[in-house]
Design a protein around this ligand. Structure first.
Ligand SMILES: *Cc1c(COP(=O)(O)O)cnc(C)c1O
Length: 358
């Protein structure tokens, strides 16, 4: 017997979401962002299913190497670059592209003998203040990279938005202006748009767009769902009812006894918990879906189980399938209930959940 908890990944929805990106940004090439195990969806299955992406973006060398091991031949960009010489050697050997965002990386590129020149995206900090060179440093870094024999040409130029998920944030426009001013005098393809900018800031698409969350059918905004943005749900997380119990008015349910039965009532137990990645922080009343109907969870989320108020479903049975999020129940809504963002929920589904494809 396998564990009841299952994450079903709909590959046709992934492909449809990539098409949605292409129809929003028809002039741009697409770097599909598949870091963090494809936002928790399984990086290799996502890469194999997005064959028409022009490139992939990942966070670290291990992710890139496992793509190469699996036979992925598209360009792969390491979004955080590298931090030591052995990494640089592997990057060169496996023909990976890197983001260069620190002077020490330029030093290493200049000093290290490597087998093949490496493709470089020069990253500019236009206001995110995480990775990248300040605009005033770019001229000098560009010149150094341009003359470094370990760097493949042409160079490429990128930045990243800090608040593009807020459609009214002024900083998005000023980051874009700063990016354009900084790169104006240089040759090279440009990229700045993440999912939110792909949807809400078409001017920023330029040569390459870098969609992450929207590929997985999830809205980058807090006030819409993926469906509202023309996207299809990719991950549906389900489990099963494994017990039905009848309690008396006044009985308290689960750890801490934080929920008290307001009347005599049936309570179901679902085989999923925070050990599977279901957020412990959700508010009581967070819905699950059983036989297409929303029912509220009650009491605390435990490691392996949650409890559900079955008063509105007297005919529920052990073995019934329960949807925690996905088709019919947007993950955006569960994230809001948990005080987090859907990115975090899909990323942290744990290994003991059975992943299947459809
Ligand atoms: C993660 C990431 C993206 C994708 O962002 P989404 O909001 O998921 O679309 C794009 N660019 C960089 C540099 C990233 O780190």
């Amino acid at each position: 017997m396998t564990r009841a908890a299952e994450a079903r990944i709909k590959l046709s929805a992934l492909q449809s979401n990539l098409q949605r990106v292409k129809s929003l940004a028809p002039q741009s090439r697409v770097m599909a962002i598949i870091k963090a195990n494809g936002y928790g969806h399984g990086m290799l299955r996502v890469a194999h299913s997005l064959v028409s992406a022009d490139a992939f973006g990942v966070a670290c060398l291990e992710e890139a190497l496992s793509l190469r091991d699996a036979g992925v031949t598209q360009p792969i960009l390491l979004l955080e670059g590298f931090y030591d010489v052995p990494q640089l050697e592997l990057i060169s050997r496996h023909e990976l592209a890197i983001v260069v965002h620190q002077a020490f990386q330029v030093d290493m590129l200049e000093k290290t003998p490597i087998p093949n020149p490496v493709h470089v995206w020069l990253k500019i900090d236009t206001g995110m203040h995480r990775l990248g060179f300040a605009p005033r440093q770019v001229q000098q870094v560009y010149q150094r990279l341009q003359t470094c024999r370990n760097v493949a040409r042409p160079l490429r130029l990128m930045s990243h938005f800090a608040e593009s998920d807020d459609r009214s944030a002024d900083i998005t426009r000023s980051q874009f202006d700063s990016f354009n001013d900084t790169v104006a005098e240089f040759q090279g393809e440009r990229s700045i748009a993440n999912s939110a900018a792909i949807i809400a800031f078409p001017q920023s698409h330029v040569d390459w767009v870098r969609p992450g969350i929207m590929l997985y059918g999830i809205s980058p905004f807090t006030d819409t769902t993926g469906k509202d943005e023309g996207l299809q749900t990719v991950m549906t997380l389900t489990s099963r009812l494994i017990a039905l119990n009848y309690f008396k008015k006044g009985d308290r349910i689960g750890y801490g006894g934080v929920w008290t039965c307001p009347e005599d009532m049936p309570v179901g137990v679902i085989a999923i918990g925070y050990g599977d990645g279901y957020p412990r922080g959700v508010s009581s009343d967070t819905p699950v879906l059983i036989n297409g109907q929303r029912l509220p969870i009650v009491g605390r989320v435990s490691m392996d189980m949650i409890t559900v108020d079955l008063r509105n479903m007297p005919d529920a049975r052990a073995g019934d399938i329960v949807t925690l999020w996905g088709d019919g129940l947007p993950v955006e809504e569960i994230a809001r209930r948990a005080g987090t963002i859907p990115y975090e929920l899909v990323c942290r589904v744990t290994q003991r959940v059975r992943f299947t494809e459809c």
